[in-house]
Design a protein around this ligand. Structure first.
Ligand SMILES: Cc1cc2nc3c(=O)[nH]c(=O)nc-3n(C[C@H](O)[C@H](O)[C@H](O)COP(=O)(O)OP(=O)(O)OC[C@H]3O[C@@H](n4cnc5c(N)ncnc54)[C@H](O)[C@@H]3O)c2cc1C
Length: 358
């Protein structure tokens, strides 16, 4: 029988950050993941932005989330010998309408935004912008993580240590004990599910009010006039890949067909949005789709199953997994081992009524 303190199901950005925090705390763990070619984390843009651009406000809890984000991804990069964290990497937000321009002029004076947004520049930014782009703002303290590379490198790292089982996890094979669980020859103090959108198929957590959203990203080739030194954000996100001339373009939001199949409709939606702002020829090289694990109140979910004490969850990272995962993985580990409080806004306990009614 293999022994471990923590059996983790799922090695997306949630599971990966959990492993990292457990390793830092000197705790043992083992991960099971089917290691798909496609998942929400594998295709994500990986972008983090301290400003909620639509509402022109600071992003939720950004002052707490940011330091852990930079520390965690820097540490993981150093551990793996890669450089997936691109920080700082500015976001350029073009401004098209007069209303938007006036709102931004007011917003940038708000002291809560001052550390994050530069003054509004009332000129056309450098690049192939359409004439109706009148002004822009830049968010300097943003960036992105080359997330598929990060996950692939972390899989290798765990494989070398014998800590990753590439397999399907079958929930009906769990044997719940008084002080832990057993699963196919593994004995663990607890099991932590970090299954992303597949939580809805987990019999212990299928009662959670998830509201998953499908999203599509494209890999595109663009002319040199689109400089690869910033993230362009205008109802779309466009940022450079490592290979010269190649960019990732995303992302769509769809609530109907929740699967991993890219569609021509979503591709056209993205291209139309870009062409409203940039005057460029776009060559589409690839399209990928996946489903974000979003919760109805758009907050993460962490905590212990109400009845089965050895069963835990770390999920609900929604559209902001990169920024949320490091901080809340750390909080979960500190809760388990040091009794630190779980933030009520992300605690599983907030859905107690859903469980009682299930
Ligand atoms: C198009 C798109 C663009 C996005 N862009 C961004 C962005 O720019 N910035 C940002 O912060 N976020 C972005 N997101 C959101 C982000 O991807 C998610 O918040 C994040 O990936 C969720 O991570 P997760 O680990 O919870 O889930 P997942 O990435 O889905 O990982 C879950 C893992 O669990 C495994 N698993 C589940 N069930 C089982 C089982 N029974 N057996 C074995 N393995 C199992 C799966 O194989 C998978 O590897 C984007 C999402 C999409 C779809």
């Amino acid at each position: 029988m293999k022994q471990t303190e923590n059996l983790i199901v799922g090695l997306g950005i949630a599971g990966l950050n959990l492993c990292h925090q457990l390793e830092k705390a000197g705790k043992s763990f083992l991960v099971i993941d089917r290691c798909p070619e496609n998942s929400s984390s594998l295709i994500a843009g990986g972008i983090y932005n301290p400003v909620a651009l639509k509402r022109k406000l600071r992003s939720w809890r950004v002052d707490e989330l940011f330091p852990t984000l930079i520390t965690a991804y820097s540490e993981i990069d150093a551990l793996l010998g890669v450089s997936t964290l691109q920080h700082p990497f500015p976001i350029l937000k073009p401004i098209v309408s007069d209303d938007d321009l006036n709102e931004w002029k007011t917003a940038v004076k708000d002291e809560r935004l001052v550390p994050y947004v530069n003054a509004v520049e009332e000129s056309v930014p450098k690049g192939p912008f359409k004439q109706d782009v009148k002004a822009y703002v830049t968010i300097e303290n943003a960036g992105f993580v080359r997330i598929s590379k990060l996950i692939a490198s972390y899989q290798n790292y765990l494989n070398q240590k014998g800590l990753l089982l590439q397999d399907e996890f079958y929930h009906h094979n769990i044997n719940i004990l008084d002080d832990g669980i057993e699963y196919q020859g593994i004995q663990a103090d607890r099991i932590i599910f970090a299954e992303g959108r597949f939580a809805s198929q987990n019999p212990y957590f299928s009662w959670l009010p998830m509201r998953a959203t499908k999203g599509q990203m494209l890999t595109v080739r663009l002319p040199e006039s689109v400089t690869p030194d910033r993230i362009y954000n205008q109802q779309f996100l466009l940022f450079p890949l490592e290979e010269k001339g190649l960019f990732r373009l995303g992302a769509t939001y769809e609530w109907g067909q929740l699967d991993e199949t890219p569609t021509e409709e979503a591709t056209q939606e993205l291209l139309t949005k870009v062409k409203k702002t940039l005057d460029v020829e776009i060559e589409v090289l690839d399209a990928q789709a996946a489903v974000r694990p979003t919760v109805i109140d758009r907050r993460p979910i962490i905590g212990q199953h109400p009845d089965h004490r050895p069963i835990w969850i770390f999920n609900g990272l929604g559209t902001k997994g990169i920024m949320l995962a490091p901080y809340f993985a750390k909080q979960l580990v500190e809760h388990i081992y040091e009794g630190a409080a779980i933030d009520p806004e992300v605690s599983l306990k907030r859905f107690g009524k859903h469980y009682a009614n299930s």
